[in-house]
Ligand binder design. Structure first.
Ligand SMILES: NC(=O)c1ccc[n+]([C@@H]2O[C@H](COP(=O)([O-])OP(=O)(O)OC[C@H]3O[C@@H](n4cnc5c(N)ncnc54)[C@H](OP(=O)(O)O)[C@@H]3O)[C@@H](O)[C@H]2O)c1
Length: 405
């Protein structure tokens, strides 16, 4: 119960303990889903590989232009260097979202797609389905050609009472209804204390039913990734990705071998909270904390670890300024994740943020700069140490370590 309560807080699960996620009335038939899947596969061949002209005219030449999300018929997804995270789109408890933001969020969505970032990460828990529904609504108002560029990753919430493979299929069906399209990448959001093996069968069932085009996990540790990879392989389905927290303030997956394990298995790492929830953008400091739940993290960073935090931000500033006086620190934070060979999925709540964040794709860090940032970031503790994480660490049925960073 304690774990559930903490998960509720973390993911904005405010209304009920037992989920009752909204669905759209229009049912999507299995045949429609498969038809749409085929259409999207075909369209993905034509996804842009360079930035469009909508970027500022004084923008430097593109060096990190995102490739299209492509997914093989066998279900292996190749993800771009950058996607956009949609947790804040619809979540009022953690992010203080209000419906007044929808107009600008739609502009953010459009700008991203028009500028080559057309991969969106959401979850059934984000805004209790609202994030998925917003993506559906925004996409519905796009021109066909732009809509076909969109790829969506969403997530199954491994809530304690969900213990059957059928729970994964039911949740995927509901997400497909809310999104109005098949799911390009379907991820187990976090481990449960039980039933994790049943979830892997559920993922495979979703793939076989044509509800999802590829599958992944999130917040999985080394042993769990290996076990899930081998379970899916028995059904002939590749594990495409593991989405984990990774940033200059959260290096766990790099330092404990998780990223290496994923690389060895051909499982792509998706780096979430790459801006450390905004703390790495330079706008927050000891005099200016974010409101809400982030305040505690800001205190830990800027008060308890003030000098080391300042050294890291100074290193970031020195790198940014070499690219131009106006280069935002967020681009340094994102390029560090890209340099670590991850698909980075920053959140963006307004036009200024999305423009700045996509700008990271226009330049890259040198090896020396990456080393300098590594040194500065290693001097700081993880803001949320793994042991304080709300995710179950072990599967109580099998003894498998599920979470380790
Ligand atoms: N799998 C998981 O368990 C999990 C967990 C967390 C996140 N995620 C995914 O990862 C995505 C990104 O992570 P996140 O949203 O947690 O954190 P993040 O990307 O580290 O930070 C995003 C926040 O930073 C601020 N920001 C963004 N760009 C900025 C800029 N250029 N300048 C100044 N401020 C900026 C905005 O908040 P303010 O304007 O309010 O400061 C924004 O909401 C999520 O949307 C979600 O898709 C997954």
């Amino acid at each position: 119960m304690k774990i559930t309560a903490r998960l509720c807080l973390l993911f904005g699960w405010v209304h009920a303990l037992k989920p009752s996620l909204p669905t759209n009335n229009a049912e999507i038939s299995r045949r429609d889903a498969i038809k749409a899947t085929t259409a999207i596969s075909t369209a993905s061949i034509f996804l842009p590989t360079t930035q469009s002209l909508a970027l500022p005219l004084d923008a430097p030449a593109v060096s990190n232009a995102p490739p299209a999300v492509s997914i093989s018929a066998a279900g292996k997804a190749t993800l771009p260097k950058m996607g956009l995270g949609a947790w804040a789109w619809g979540d009022s408890l953690f992010w203080g979202y209000s419906k007044d933001e929808d107009k600008e969020l739609e502009q953010v969505f459009r700008y991203a797609i028009e500028n080559g970032v057309s991969f969106f990460d959401t979850a059934e828990l984000y805004g209790i389905g609202r994030s998925e529904s917003l993506i559906k609504d925004f996409a519905a108002r796009m021109e066909d050609a732009d809509r076909q560029k969109i790829s969506v990753a969403t997530k199954f919430a491994a809530l304690p009472w969900r213990t059957k493979r059928g729970d994964v299929v039911n949740a995927a069906e509901a997400s497909v209804r809310r999104l109005g399209r098949p799911i390009d990448l379907y991820q187990i959001h976090f481990p449960n204390a039980y039933a994790n093996e049943a979830y892997w069968d559920g993922l495979a069932d979703c793939f076989d039913k044509g509800l999802v085009k590829s599958v992944g996990v999130s917040n999985y540790g080394k042993d769990a990734v290996k076990a899930c990879h081998s379970s899916l392989a028995k059904r002939g389905i590749p594990l495409s990705s593991n989405q984990v927290q990774m940033s200059l303030l959260y290096r766990g997956p790099l330092d404990n071998g998780l990223k290496d394990t994923c690389d060895e298995l051909g499982v792509q790492t998706i780096a979430y909270s790459p801006l450390a929830l905004g703390l790495l953008t330079g706008k927050y400091n000891a005099q200016n904390f974010p409101k809400g739940p982030r305040k505690k993290l800001a205190e830990r960073l800027f008060v308890e670890n003030g000098p080391a935090a300042e050294r890291l931000l100074d290193s970031m500033r020195s790198i940014a300024v070499k690219r131009g006086a106006d280069t935002p620190l967020s681009q340094v934070a994102l390029n560090w994740c890209i340099a670590k060979n991850t698909c980075v999925i920053p959140g963006a709540r307004n036009m200024k943020q999305v423009k700045q964040n996509l700008g990271a794709l226009q330049w890259s860090l040198t090896k020396d700069e990456v080393a300098m940032l590594d040194e500065a970031s290693k001097a700081l503790p993880s803001l949320v140490p793994p042991e304080a994480s709300p995710f179950p660490k072990k599967d109580k049925d099998t003894g498998l370590i599920m979470f380790d960073s």
